[in-house]
Structures are given as structure tokens and as C-alpha cells.
Design a protein around this ligand. Sequence first.
Ligand code: NAD
Ligand code: UDX
Length: 463
Amino acid sequence: MKITNICCIGAGYVGGPTMAIIADKSPHIKVTVVDLNEPRIAAWNDQDVNNIPIYEPGLSDIVARARGRNLFFSTEVDKAIDEAELIFISVNTPTKTYGTGKGMAADLKHIELCARQIAKVAKNNKIIVEKSTLPVRTAEALKSILDNTGNGVQFQILSNPEFLAEGTAVEDLLSPDRVLIGGESTPQGMEAIDSLVEVYSNWVPRERILTTNVWSSELSKLVANAFLAQRVSSINAISELCEKTEANVNEVAKAIGMDSRIGPKFLKASVGFGGSCFQKDILNLVYISKAFGLNEVADYWEQVIIMNDHQKKRFSKNIVQTLYNTVSGKKITFLGWAFKKDTNDTRESAAIYVADDLINEQAKVALYDPKVTHNQVLFDLNYLDTRSSSENEKHIVSFDSPYEACKNAHAIAILTEWDEFKDYDWKKIYDSMLKPAFVFDGRNLLNPERMKEIGFIYQAIGS
Ligand code: NAD
Ligand code: UDX
């Protein structure tokens, strides 16, 4: 089937950018992105394209080009489902916060609601594409709901996980390492796969479009994230050993990364990985493994999370110890709150956990992040539920200027690797701080020699 009308349910970090690229590269396809969240859709439709709800370099230009031509954002979910031949489900699949599997399993309630809605509305055959990251064998559950609650029409279910990373979503979507499409090997399944392959072929070379069975595709997404996160936890584990042995983790990472079998990417030691995916997807993998009785497999992957939690904790602990075992009433300035540079996303950011620890120690946290609002910061802290929201408000203040944020601080902690932090006038910052002036560089972003020359007591990760 030649696809001319696509609907995507979920206008988030994946649905928004992915559909913008599909629309931009396929002017003959009408793409409608729908969401229940009215303010989010209104923001996608904002006259001023700089106000779209997701910050990704290059995205606003693409949206400006395609929006109103063949790219539409809407809250009319039923209408978009009805008109589409192919429907992407790109809703959130967070870790369950209740019941069986609490804290581990993926919460599939949004997925199931989508399936029921599609089944109710669809009056002709449709291809349903799992774009969300899902536990292996979810397609089975989706098919059961669609076939048992629908109007007798045929549904083909494909798995097409998304591998984009935030901050580089546009480049990742424009030239993906691979596009993965899983489907059934029946004639109808193959036909559905071909339809989606054709959509991507508008800009992705055929040899980069990989087709597999549905279960391999679903599982590959969890495995890719687990392997990536494992590399970060591996180098972070070594960073602690470096601190004890006078080895330098940057030098170790470079030395091992030059081995072509290991490769240089994803070996940057840090205060710990964050983001909405790594932790959630590994916990999901652990949960599935346990469900099959594979306890050794589960324990192996769980260690990646344990190591990451340890890395965040030891960062905050070191700040307290270094500041003479007390940060009570001290101003500690955070540079960065986002979980990585070039995004306004803060989900699972290490900054949240480090701030929580320091607030427990009665620190006064001052914050500057180029893209994160103070409301978001308070939301993130309140979400942890460690203390009342009024207590949180008393302990954290956001600034519009990094220089104001750093003035009279006892210490600065770098939590996100925003490029602009490198170019600050660090001498001016030093002069405005209380002495001794400490910098805890959780991203190994700054030049240690230069910082020490200025007079800072400078500590990085793994050296
Ligand atoms: P998100 O929270 O930014 O967006 C999801 C959107 O779906 C929300 O706006 C929500 O309102 C909407 N939604 C939920 N239920 C709905 C319903 N029944 N009808 C209409 N809209 C509904 O999430 P995200 O970051 O875009 O992630 C989506 C999926 O993609 C997740 O499964 C995630 O694991 C996966 N993923 C995310 C990334 C990433 O970098 N964020 C990368 C790869 C894969
Ligand atoms: C990740 C996967 O990379 C992507 O393929 C998937 O689709 C979604 O999950 P994302 O979470 O957006 O993407 O960003 P990523 O670049 O993977 O970084 C995740 C976290 O690991 C960030 O907090 C980052 O700062 C940290 N990280 C990454 C390190 O600490 N060191 C590294 O070497 C790499």
C-alpha cells in the first residue's frame, strides 16, 4: 500500500521531531501529530516557531517549513486515526509507579488506551506502528486488543523503535545508523513492512533499513539502550578507581577507545547518565528477565543502574566532604540542570538527585541552565517527594545569568556539559566567589590547569 496519510499519537520528544522529518522529506504524505495534551499541541502550533515545546537544534526551521503544508498538530485524535492508513504510536511508556512490577516494569496504560481508541474508530484496514519503546512481545497484546475490540477491519502491527538521541535528534533522524522495522512474515505482514520501508526510503538509503521479526525489533531497542548505558557505567566505575590510583579517566578512555574493537564513543565519565530512556529501559529488561526466571541475566543488567546511582551519590557526598563536611547554609551553584547539553529535557537528570542530596544537607542551591525553566526544576524536585514543595522552593533559586548565579557561592558544580560553560570569564566568576572557591566538574568540561591557575580548587571526575 502506498502511504499518503499518517497519524502519530503522541507529540513528545520522539513523535514531534520524527514526524517533522517524515513530513519534510515526504511532501506527498499528510502527517498529523495528535496528543491529548492541549497546551503541548498549542505550543507546536505557536505562530512563533521558536516556542515549539521541544528544544532541538535545527528543529524549528524544519517545523516552520512543513507545518500547515503537510505537517499538522492537533488534539482531534479520532479524526486523525480515521483518516490515516498508517498510525505511529509514540506515547510515553514510563516505569510503573504502582502495583505489580512497580519501579521496574514499563507502564503500558497509554499504549493500551491508544489501541482501544484505534480499534473503536477505525473503519478500514490500518498499519499500526509501535514507535514507543516497549517490552518484547507487546505487539501480541496490541493485536489481541485491536482484533477483539475493533470493527472487523484488519490491523498489521509493526515495531519501529526510535534510536534518536536528544540534542542531536534532527541529525540522527536525517542520517540514522539504521532504521529498524519488525513485522510478521505473512504476505500481509510483508506488505505492511514494505509500506513503511517506502516511507523511510524518501531519505534513508535502503541498505540502512533493516527488517526483522517483530520480537527481535522490540527487544533490540531495549538491548541497544542497555549496551550504551553499560558503557557509561563501565567508564564511571573506572573513574572511581582512577581517583584512588592517580590514573586519569580521560587518558584511560582515550587509550582503550583507540582499540577499534572497543571504539571511542560513549566513554565519557560523568556525574551519571540521565534521560528518560536508559534507566527505564534497563529496569524493563531486568523485569522481563526476572519474569522468565533468568536471575543471573537480570542481576547482570541491574548492576548498570546500581553503578549509576552510586556515581550520582558519590558526587554529592564528595561535595559535602570537600566543603569541610558541611554545606549547611552554603550557596552551591549548579551550572546545568538538563540531563545532557542541547536539550530542555530534565527527566532523570543527575542534577535532580545531586540537588536533593545537597538540600538534605541544608545547602542553598543556586542554578543556571540556558534552557530549563525554574518551574521545571521545582517540578522535578517535588516529583521525588523528599520534602514539601515549599521547602524545595526555599532551597533552590534559578538565575538568568550564570555570573549572578555564581556570585558569593562557596562552590560551583557542573552538572550538564553545555558548550557555553567553557567560554565563561572564569576569572570574573572566581573573583565574585567566597574563598577558597571550589569547582566540582561533573562533566570534565573545563581545563583543569587553567582553573587551578586562576585559583580554583578544581575537582573533576576520575582524576
Ligand atoms: P513524551 O512524554 O515526550 O511524549 C509522549 C506524549 O504522548 C505526551 O505528550 C502525552 O501527552 C502523549 N499521550 C499519552 N497518551 C496519549 C493518548 N492516549 N492519546 C494521545 N496522546 C497521548 O515521550 P517521548 O520522550 O516522546 O517518548 C515516547 C516513547 O518513545 C517512549 O516509549 C520512549 O521510551 C521512546 N523513546 C524516547 C526517546 C527520547 O529520546 N525521548 C528516544 C527513543 C525512544
Ligand atoms: C539514548 C540513546 O542514545 C538513544 O539511542 C535512544 O533512542 C534514547 O536514549 P538520550 O538519552 O537522548 O539517548 O541521550 P544519550 O546521548 O544517549 O545520553 C544519555 C545520558 O548518558 C546523558 O545523561 C549523557 O550525558 C550520558 N552520557 C552519555 C555520559 O555520561 N557519557 C557518555 O559517554 C555518553
